[in-house]
Design a protein around this ligand. Structure first.
Ligand SMILES: [Fe+2]
Length: 206
């Protein structure tokens, strides 16, 4: 067994100009696939064959195996990111909407804070909405680092590596972040993640 590149949960042309099919060809078909292949190439030496992806990420972190940590965390982060996106515009509802109001004041406040974090994050990394203890929190992590390695429950992420937006937005990271937050978030998936479901859906057995 080895880790597999998961299929996109939508057609690669579904987002039109918001995220082009060409971006998916590179980002999913080349970048994400390379992280899967590199992770698989390191599992035997690390003695971690047959473990789940999240188990590999945590073990690689504990062992200080940076190469395996970076590649396996990128596999999981990207699998989670695809699930966070929807070509059908949605908005938060139910418990998620109530928690956003409680912790940020309003959805607009939360989105503004998320955008600031994503745009202000220096160089490569990921912006996250997480459940940390009992509170929603916005944070960003560098390079491949992932909330699953820090005991936080990830709810939503945006990839802010240049490879995520350069073909469609060139260097305009703020436009990429704002457009996706307004038009392309799968809030139904984000709500499911309050119970930790997304951690498992982006995980797989190696
Ligand atoms: Fe990426």
């Amino acid at each position: 067994m080895a880790f597999q590149l998961p299929d996109l949960p939508y057609d690669k042309s579904a987002f039109g100009e918001i995220i082009s099919a060409e971006t998916f060809d590179y980002h999913h078909g080349k970048h994400h696939k390379a992280y899967v292949d590199k992770t698989n190439g390191m599992l035997a030496d690390a003695g971690l064959e047959g473990k789940s992806l999240v188990e590999v990420i945590k073990a690689a972190k504990d062992k200080g195996n940076k190469g395996l940590f970076n590649n396996s965390a990128q596999v999981w982060n990207h699998s989670f990111y695809w699930l966070c996106l929807s070509p059908t515009q949605q908005s938060p509802s139910g418990e998620l909407a109530a928690r956003i109001e409680d912790d940020f004041g309003s959805l607009d406040e939360m989105l503004a804070k998320f955008k600031d974090e994503a745009v202000g994050h220096f160089a490569s990394g990921w912006a996250w909405l997480v459940l940390d203890g009992d509170s929603l929190k916005i944070t960003s992590l560098h390079d491949a680092d992932s909330p699953v390695a820090h005991g936080m429950k990830p709810l939503l992420t945006l990839d802010v590596w240049e490879h995520a937006y350069y073909l469609d937005y060139q260097n305009a990271r703020p436009d990429y972040v704002e457009t996706l937050l307004k038009k392309a978030i799968n809030w139904e998936f984000v709500a499911q993640n309050l119970d930790g479901e997304g951690i498992g859906r982006a995980d797989q057995k190696g």
